[in-house]
Design a protein around this ligand. Structure first.
Ligand code: ATP
Ligand code: MG
Length: 429
């Protein structure tokens, strides 16, 4: 078997004036009287190939459709007219998989591209996005390993969880109704008593009715929880993680960012410390901008966006009003109207990428909050057990990884940040 060369290595100049075997797919194709030019794509790069008229496979090469897969043997020549500066003059050509009338051509709608996502994932745009996405997922594991966190897994079939309304129901053997998990938080909280610092990376499911550019019904959620951690430690952990992700992408994917037309200067700026403001200060900023938000109301997306316009880094907003926060976010002792929590809002896209908080240790307070939110404290007995046996102060957060991919890559919707998106309307392919 021949040894196949990565196209990127050829473009790097390692095979100039040499013969190589390459394999991949036909990306573009055009014929003139004398020559056929086609662009061959593999996962690493694309290169122009030329077939001269005198070759006995000229007619075969002429009829190759877009996305035909093939082996090519040929001579690498520097040529400034070729995209990438190099060209392969083809000596041998073997078709591996035919492809005729590939359904995706120019001028197709976004909706159509979602219908044929199983084919569109080979577009150079999606390849670039998915490479960056892969860097981000790897970097999450690297970061937490470096910080001494254990990688744990929580179940996805759950009985109940925070704000059950937005969850998907699953029929479990006709015996009971379960739900698909929308956060691993409670399980991570249970695990800190043995492991102290834990994180997980997996899907979360939300029956979001909202048709926005930033909501999926199945998204990838990175969550961490640490014993002995307070709000300040949590903010530091979050900003270190986000900047680690940005720096990893800069280190590994400058080329992909450029090809996506992304100005990566903004990512260079994502280094600690991030600006921190309180919810109350956020209301003052909004007021100066002519947007009146009554104290006690959660921030809506247009308000989040407006706040981020004042910063060129992610901004950490802390101390939201207790009464609109989830029951486990504790009251601030100095100002009991407020909760010891944070959201991190990303610049440019202007939405939340992280939500986190200290966790309430007071069972009675949590029961009271649940009743106020018309929930039943009896459903949370095992969670309260965690406060009964050696309770410790602790904190944690959840990061929407697809949202980070969307922001870093600059794609216009979260649907383009994941290979096979799930939304209210989109359940296949
Ligand atoms: P939003 O108000 O934007 O819907 P949220 O307050 O519901 O966010 P959390 O419950 O705090 O979000 O979830 C933690 C993180 O998970 C969010 O900061 C966000 O990055 C991400 N996230 C939440 N819901 C979705 C979703 N439907 N699709 C993609 N990411 C999501
Ligand atoms: Mg939400």
């Amino acid at each position: 078997m021949e040894e196949f060369i990565k196209i990127s290595d050829i473009l790097d100049g390692k095979y100039d004036e040499k013969n190589v075997w390459v394999r991949g797919w036909v990306y573009r194709h055009r014929s003139s009287k004398e020559n056929i030019f086609f662009i061959l794509r593999d996962s690493s790069e694309r290169i122009q190939c030329v077939v001269k008229k005198n070759k006995d496979f000229f007619n075969i090469a002429d009829k190759m459709g877009i996305e035909t897969s093939l082996y090519v043997y040929g001579f690498v020549r520097k040529d400034n007219r070729a995209p990438g500066g190099r060209e392969i003059e083809v000596e041998k050509l073997q078709i591996i998989g035919q492809s005729q009338n590939f359904p995706i051509s120019k001028d197709i709608s976004e909706e159509f591209l979602l219908d044929v996502r199983h084919l569109w994932v080979r577009s150079w745009k999606m390849i670039n996005v998915l490479k960056i996405r892969s860097t981000i997922f790897n970097a999450i594991h690297e970061f937490f390993k470096k910080e001494g966190y254990y990688y744990v897994q929580a179940p996805f079939f759950v009985k109940t969880s925070e704000s059950g309304l937005e969850m998907f129901e699953v029929d479990y053997f006709g015996k009971e109704k379960l739900r698909l998990s929308q956060t691993a938080q409670f399980y991570l909280e249970a695990l800190i008593y043995g492991l102290e610092k834990v994180y997980t990376l997996g899907p979360s499911f939300r029956a979001e009715k909202s048709k926005t550019a930033r909501h999926l019904t199945e998204y990838w959620h990175c969550e961490a929880e640490a014993a002995w951690m307070d709000l300040d430690g949590l903010a530091k952990l979050c900003e270190n993680l986000v900047s680690y992700l940005a720096q990893s992408v800069l280190e590994n994917n400058k080329k992909e960012l450029k090809e996506l037309g992304r100005d990566y200067k903004i990512l260079e700026n994502i280094v600690p410390p991030f600006p921190r403001i309180t919810y109350t200060e956020a209301l003052e900023i909004l007021k100066r901008d002519g947007i009146e938000v009554k104290f006690g109301k959660d921030l809506r997306s247009i308000e989040e966006k407006q706040i981020t316009a004042h910063f060129n880094k992610p901004v950490i907003v802390t101390h939201y009003p207790k009464k609109v926060m989830a029951f486990y976010k504790p009251r601030d002792q100095k100002n009991p109207e407020l909760a010891r929590c944070l959201d991190i809002l990303a610049p440019e896209v202007g939405f939340e990428i992280i939500g986190g908080s200290e966790r309430d240790l007071n069972i009675d307070e949590m029961k009271k909050a649940l009743i106020e939110q018309k929930d039943d404290p009896r459903n949370y007995e095992w969670y309260f057990d965690l406060r009964r046996y050696g309770s410790v102060p602790h904190a944690g957060f959840g990061l929407g990884v697809d949202r980070v991919v969307m922001w870093f890559t600059g794609v216009p919707t979260i649907k383009d940040a994941i290979a096979f998106p799930r939304t209210i309307e989109r359940t296949e392919p």
